[in-house]
Write a protein that binds this ligand. Structure first.
Ligand code: TNX
Length: 538
């Protein structure tokens, strides 16, 4: 949590900054600039992570933020104003500057967030950033693009900008131009609330952490054998019993999101240009529901709750009509509370369901998503069910052998979300000494998470059929936000760069140097990251 600023701290920082500019006569001749034209505060235009498409430094120029600077946003655009307010909220604590946000032009050099007029390549999520003595101007075609540009700008101010109290320093941004846009439209983070519940505050913290690397989706795994974590009014015991005391791995990690919690999370995520994708896992991974409601079992007998980490033993009763009433009730309620376009219906590891039953189930359930206005995602096994083109299989196997059904789904027109377990699973241990995590898909050090190509990883899935990448973080061994942070950083940043930066920019040594510079930033942000020995942390 950021602390509130005292007035004297604010004035002190303002006086410092004004005197920096005044004593040299003009910002152009600031001493720091003469001494280190391209490296003030250690930050260069090429430091941005994920690596931008095009960076053209101009070492003769530099933008200086002063207490008089304002943030000007596109006249008439509420969304641009919202991004301006968000950016001001990021920059105020460490600078101590007022940074007024409005659409009015300002004579003092400041930051402008404008819609239109950028390089035509930027598309709907990209941005163009120009930095010079007159100001920083970010241009984009959407609020998402402005937000992405604002995240790059935040990095360019240097590490200390993350401090939550005013710093005695001058604030500047290297001169030049960045033109930037994503390789893939979908760049996902993931949390598993079922094995251990993560509180709304922890989820918000993770949203803040991942948003700075241009992640734009958050997949929430809301139900599994060990717990049910989302309020469903028509089946109220799912949460009070299925998510109640004693649920979770080792009986630790009970809890659930109310509809109000979920709505607030969606709003918080949207303000950070992140769309939430809710997952209800079925027809397997359903023990929490089946131990709560006996009628969801073929024999009418509720199995005991499970707190171990085995998978593949539960299955909804495929030939029972009540199963489809249950599933439709859940999909209807979850769809109604989800503003985003997608609902994930699971489908993984349904080893207790025959292939024939799996198909029968999915062929009834997939259309329910569309009936309630959503496009279905599923773990890639869903492709076995002759899924329509609107279904997105999420490929999670490690093997580069691929899966014939996924290749067929691509031929039918499906896009694929790529999350290989041996590359993108953030719950795998870094090495044999990692206390948290699992190792069934192997150890994943920082370099392993970075060194692969989502555009060619899955045989039969060409780059044009890749929707994007996602980094699952299963919670069997995780209990709190520190655990989440330790497993996610520095691997989440690798997946973010694979999803955003063009193939030609992928370079481990270069990434390693840029991620090293994020270390002190994470320290200031309170992120408990893994000090990978593969990275020379700054
Ligand atoms: C496999 S991958 C699972 C999850 C586990 C995870 C642990 C997939 C779709 N299912 O149920 O939590 O491994 O790494």
């Amino acid at each position: 949590m950021r602390k509130r600023l005292s007035l004297s701290a604010l004035l002190g920082a303002a006086v410092l900054a004004v005197s920096t500019v005044a004593s040299t006569g003009a910002a152009a001749a600031a001493p720091e600039e003469a001494a280190a034209p391209s490296n003030h505060g250690g930050t260069q235009l090429t430091d941005v992570l994920p690596a931008p498409v095009e960076v053209k430094p101009d070492e003769r120029s530099r933008f200086w933020l002063t207490p008089l600077s304002r943030i000007r946003t596109q006249p008439g655009s509420k969304e641009a104003k919202q991004v301006g307010d968000y950016l001001a909220g990021l920059l105020r604590p460490a600078t101590g500057y007022p940074l007024k946000v409005s659409s009015a032009p300002s004579w003092a050099p400041g930051i402008s967030l404008l819609l239109g007029g950028a390089d035509p390549r930027i598309g709907d999520q990209g941005y163009q950033l120009d930095s010079n003595l007159a100001g920083v101007t970010i241009r984009a075609n959407s609020a998402a693009g402005l937000f992405n540009g604002a995240q790059s700008l935040r990095q360019l101010f240097g590490t200390k900008i993350e401090a939550d109290t005013p710093q005695r320093t001058a604030w500047s941004v290297p001169g030049g131009r960045i033109v930037d846009y994503p390789r893939f439209g979908y760049r996902g983070a993931f949390l598993d609330l079922a094995r251990h519940f993560h509180t709304p505050d922890e989820i918000r913290a993770y949203i803040d952490h991942v948003a700075q690397y241009k992640i734009n989706y958050l997949h929430l795994h809301l139900t599994d054998d060990q717990g049910w974590r989302i309020q469903i009014d028509s089946w109220p015991k799912l949460t009070t019993v299925g998510g109640g005391p004693g649920t979770g791995v080792d009986g630790v990690g009970a809890g659930y999101l109310t509809k109000a919690d979920y709505a607030a999370l969606n709003k918080y995520a949207a303000e950070r240009q992140i769309t939430i994708v809710p997952e209800i896992d079925m027809p397997g991974h359903t023990n929490a529901a089946q131990s709560t409601y006996a009628e969801l079992n073929c024999d009418g007998i509720a199995p005991p709750p499970r707190t171990d980490i085995e998978v593949g033993y539960s299955s909804l009763c495929i030939d029972s009509e009540l199963t489809y009433k249950f599933v439709e009730d859940v999909i209807r309620e979850v769809a109604a509370m989800t503003p985003g376009p997608y609902i994930h219906i699971g489908g993984d590891e349904a080893h207790a369901t025959t292939d024939e039953d799996f198909k029968k189930f999915m062929e009834r359930v997939i259309p329910m998503a569309a009936k309630y206005g959503k496009k279905p995602f599923g773990w890639h096994e869903i492709a076995k069910a002759n899924s329509p083109a609107t279904t997105t299989p999420q490929y999670w196997w490690s093997t580069p052998d691929g899966d014939a059904a996924v290749a067929e789904a691509v031929k039918r027109g499906s896009k694929v979300l790529v999350s290989p377990a041996n590359k993108a699973y953030l719950d795998m241990k870094y090495d044999e000494n990692t206390k948290l995590g699992l190792k069934w898909a192997g150890y994943i050090e920082a370099k392993t998470a970075y060194d692969w190509d989502p555009g060619t990883f899955v045989p039969g899935v060409p780059e044009s059929s890749v929707l994007g990448v996602e980094a699952p973080l299963w919670s069997e061994t995780l209990r709190n936000i520190n655990d989440i942070e330790f497993m996610a950083f520095p691997r989440l940043t690798a997946i973010a760069e694979l999803g955003w930066s063009p193939r030609a920019k992928h370079n481990w040594e270069n990434y390693r140097d840029r991620v090293a510079k994020q270390g002190p930033r994470w320290t200031l942000q309170g992120i408990d990251f893994y000090r990978s020995p593969q990275i020379e942390w700054k």
